[in-house]
Design a protein around this ligand. Sequence first.
Ligand SMILES: C[S@@+](CC[C@H](N)C(=O)[O-])C[C@H]1O[C@@H](n2cnc3c(N)ncnc32)[C@H](O)[C@@H]1O
Length: 421
Amino acid sequence: MTFPLTFTSLTTLRTQVRGALARLVGEANGAGMAKKKPLAWVNFLMAGRDEEQGTAPLPPIFSAVMPARAWAMAAAPAMPDVALDQRITDRKPTTFLMAGRDEEQGTAPLPPYHLPVLPAEVDQWMDAKPGDVIIDGTLGGGGHTSLFLQKGATVLGIDRDPEAIAYATRRLSAYADKLNVFQANYSQMAEHPGLPASGQVQGILLDLGVSSHQLDCAERGFSFQKDGPLDMRMGPNAVMTAADFVNAASEAEMVQVLREFGEEPQARRIASLITERRRKTPFTRTGDLASCIESALGRHGRTHPATRTFQAIRMRINEELSLLHDALEAAVRCLAPGGRLLVITFHSLEDRMVKQFLQHRAKPYIDDPTWPAPRDNPEHHLTLPVRKSISAGQAELTSNPRARSAKLRVALRNNRNLIAP
Ligand SMILES: C[S@@+](CC[C@H](N)C(=O)[O-])C[C@H]1O[C@@H](n2cnc3c(N)ncnc32)[C@H](O)[C@@H]1O
C-alpha cells in the first residue's frame, strides 16, 4: 500500500515540524536541559513519524517499499543489506524529501522509522562521553544511539528485529567505526559473544516496546487499525505468531494471558468469543480479530475494545516481561561502577517491574517480620539519583503524542561486587 505525497501536504508537514522544533528547542533550553544545537533537534524531528508529531500522517515509506516482505521470519533471520539498498533506490524522488538526516548517513536520506521519546532527558542522564561504551538494548531506528555517538561514545546496539538492525546500520553508517550492532535479545547482553565482559559498560538504555515502524507496517501484524497478517513477532526468535496463539491456546490460557498482560476486565468474555469463532474459521488477519472483538463488546469511549487484547497477545508471543526481567539482571552485571541504567517504559506492567527491581537493588538493607533485625541486602548494586519516573514535557507531548505514556527511570551502578552464581 503506498500513499501519494503531494507538494502541498509536504509543505504543510515541514511547516508543522519546524513549529514543533521551535517549541522543543525553547522548552529544552528554557528548562535547563542539555543545550542542543537546533540542527541536532532537526535531526530528531525529521526522522520521526508525522502522526507522532501531532500532524498529518506520513506515508509509511519504509514499509511501503517492501510490499513482498524480504523478512521471511523463519528462513531469513537477518535482512540482507542489499534488500535495503534496493528498497531505497526504488523509491520515488519525492519520498526522499520526507526523510532528512543526510549528514548522518553520508549517502541518500532514509525514510522515517521512529521518533525517539524523551531525547533531551536520555541525553542528560546518559551523559555519554568519548571513550564510554554504551549498550543500546533497543536500537530501533537508532535515534537514541545517534545521540550517544554524537558525544563520541562507542555504542553496542542490540535489537531482535532484523529490520531495525538494517535500518540503523544504514542510517548511522557515518559512525561505522563506533557502532557495533547485534541482532539478539537484550536479555543476552551479558553473555552474547562480541559484547564486553561483565562490569565494563558505562551506560545501558532500554527503550521498551515496539517501534513506530513495527506498528505502522501492516504486514508486521501489530496493529488493529491496519489490517495485516496476525503475526506480531518482533523478531524471528519469537516462539510463535499471534495467529498460532489465537487459534491454538486453550480458553483458560487465553483468559490468563488477557488478564496478566492486558489487564483486560473482559478477559473471560473475549476468550470465549475467540474460541467459539475460531471453531468455524481460524483467525488469520488483525482486522478480523479486531472487528470480532469490537462487534461483541461495542465501542465505548475513544479506546478501541481490542487494545488490551492486542497488547496481551503481543507481550505473550514476544515474552516481553520475562525477557525484561532477565535484561535488568544482565544490565546490572554489565555495568561498570558509576555506570548508568536508563529504562523507558510505556505501560504499567513494565513500569511496575522496572520500579520494583530498581527499588530492591537500591536498598542497603532488607527486612522481614520474622527476622530479629534488618539484614544487609546482598543485591544492593544500584543507587537511584531520582526516585520518581521522568515524563515528557509539554513541548514533546505536542510534537510526539506517543511520549504521553513514556516513563524514564534511572539508576547508577554502585561499587559492590556481584555474588558469584
Ligand atoms: C521503542 S523501539 C526503540 C526505538 C529506539 N530507541 C530509537 O530511538 O529509534 C523498541 C525496539 O526494541 C526492540 N526490542 C523489543 N524487545 C526486544 C528484546 N527483547 N531484545 C532486543 N530488542 C527488542 C524492538 O524490536 C524495537 O525495535
